[in-house]
Write a protein that binds this ligand. Structure first.
Ligand code: HEC
Ligand code: HEC
Length: 422
């Protein structure tokens, strides 16, 4: 059995406290711990009817897709964040980046324990769960929809549940104030890479189809509340405690000798806990690991992904951020400035329930944990990425590598499927 130093034992206690903390209070969302909001949010998370046209020709109706080219109303949040795949994407061809209306440019992260994060996305470009939803709604390659259509759908299909939580809805059925959209006319229309026309896509004010300012705000409020309900649901998604915690609290048989040796490497020689720290094994910060993006599925990924150097600036400039009027409070989670070390840096993923993820890294280009360890042991790629790689080569032996993989597999939890479809 491996022997742990006092310092390693002290670090171990920070990775496995007596009880795993609940998500910290989220003052950006007054409904974050409201069970009625979470129950509504769960329905919204699994509902595909808020989405527009599937325009990418790879949509051929097979089980790796959400429908056929030209179909509408097929993309739910759960289409890319599946409960059975730790709320990541085990469906799309190649199990790397996701195919919905089109292909995404990064991998869908697991949403287990996402309530622990303050800055979201691989690059930190969103600073709250409620505002995150505007991303997939208004992205042509994801739901290909619009905030106006989402608000109209809430009015048409969820009004009583919404009003019981958030209060009276604006008159979204009044076509003189709110142009009427359908699944076929929301977002961008037409198939293929160049759309025929777009309604409700952001960037040039077009998300509002020429509506009055007061009505624009009414629509954004409904969608922010839609996001606050989904956020309340997402906060309940947790890996939960498992064998690792039982072992850390004195059950010497809960981990095998190989898993225990892996734990020692994680704390010691591997220096993993430098970044994978705290009860969820993430410092929730951004680091450059010198990963050269490779082609995944049929998608050529950006070899010069700037990561958090761009993402954090987007969060600071986001009209929906925690400093905006849409947020119920600002706890200072946004950074004051963005340093040069953020170039090519991505957010450290949590590692609880890591073995359940269909693929690894922000690109999804690594498909198995032993290959992640090979990559880390090498100290990253020699070139083919932007910024400065923070990793040092570890030169792990074959036995050490398999011990580390065994440890990562032991980070399972009791609660991974807390989100069966409603
Ligand atoms: C087309 C696939 C797809 C759909 C549909 C989708 N997502 Fe995602 N999601 C992603 C990808 C890809 C990322 C990471 C993108 C990035 O970081 O650049 C992501 C990131 C997230 C994150 C940030 C997680 C973290 O740890 O930073 C949350 C939260 C999230 N999605 C929730 C949702 C919700 C809620 C919906 C529905 C409103 C949704 N997603 C719809 C693919 C999808
Ligand atoms: C300098 C900080 C840092 C160190 C040290 C570090 N990691 Fe990570 N780790 C990260 C970041 C950041 C990512 C995401 C990188 C990306 O997606 O490009 C990551 C990704 C991972 C992943 C993939 C998870 C997923 O969902 O994609 C695993 C597994 C992992 N690390 C395990 C380890 C182990 C084991 C060690 C020690 C041998 C280690 N890490 C050392 C920061 C670090």
């Amino acid at each position: 059995m491996p022997v742990f130093t006092d310092a390693e034992r002290a670090t171990l206690a920070t990775l496995s406290p007596d009880t795993l903390p609940l998500p910290p209070a989220d003052i950006s969302n007054a409904w974050s711990d409201d069970p009625a909001a979470a129950a509504l949010g769960k329905k919204l998370f699994f509902d595909p009817l808020f989405s527009g046209v599937l325009w990418e020709g790879d949509n051929t109706g097979t089980s790796t897709t959400l429908g056929n080219l030209g179909d509408t109303g097929k993309v739910a949040c759960a289409g890319c964040h599946q409960p059975e795949a730790a709320f990541a994407d085990g469906r799309s061809l190649g199990h790397s980046v996701s195919l919905a209306a089109g292909w995404t440019i990064r991998r869908s992260p697991s949403l287990l324990d996402v309530g622990q994060a303050r800055l979201l996305m691989w690059d930190g470009r969103k600073d709250s769960l409620f505002a995150q939803v505007f991303g997939p709604i208004e992205a042509r390659n994801e739901m290909n929809s619009s905030r106006l259509f989402v608000a109209e759908q809430v009015f048409a299909r969820y009004r009583p549940a919404y009003e019981a939580i958030f209060g009276i809805m604006p008159a979204l059925g009044d076509a003189t104030r709110f142009p009427v959209l359908t699944n076929a006319t929301t977002g961008c229309q037409g198939v293929g890479p160049t759309p025929d026309a777009c309604h409700g896509m952001p960037g040039d004010g077009a998300e509002f189809d020429g509506m009055k300012a007061v009505d624009q705000d009414a629509v954004t409020t409904v969608v922010a509340n839609w996001g606050k309900a989904i956020a309340a649901y997402e906060r309940g998604l947790a890996c939960g405690p498992g064998r690792f915690d039982a072992w850390a609290h004195g059950d010497a048989t809960a981990l095998s000798p190989a898993e225990q040796r892996g734990a020692r490497l994680f704390l010691g020689k591997g220096r993993c806990a430098d970044c994978h720290s705290g009860p969820f094994l993430s410092d929730q910060k951004f680091h450059n690991l010198g990963l050269k993006a490779r082609t995944v599925a049929v998608v050529i990924l950006d070899p010069d992904d700037p990561g958090a150097s761009t993402g954090l600036l987007q969060a600071l400039a986001d009209p929906l951020n925690t400093k905006s009027k849409w947020s119920d409070g600002d706890d200072g989670r946004l950074p004051a400035s963005v340093g040069p070390e953020m170039l090519g840096a991505l957010r450290t993923p949590t590692l609880r329930c890591v073995a359940k993820r269909p693929s690894y890294m922000h690109t999804g280009q690594i498909q198995a944990l032993d290959q992640v360890i090979d990559f880390l042991s090498t100290g990253g790629d020699p070139h083919g990425f932007v910024g400065k790689n923070e990793l040092q080569p570890l030169a792990l032996g074959a036995g050490e590598k398999s011990d580390l993989v065994a440890f990562l597999r032991a980070l399972d939890g009791a609660n991974p499927s807390s989100g069966q479809a409603p």
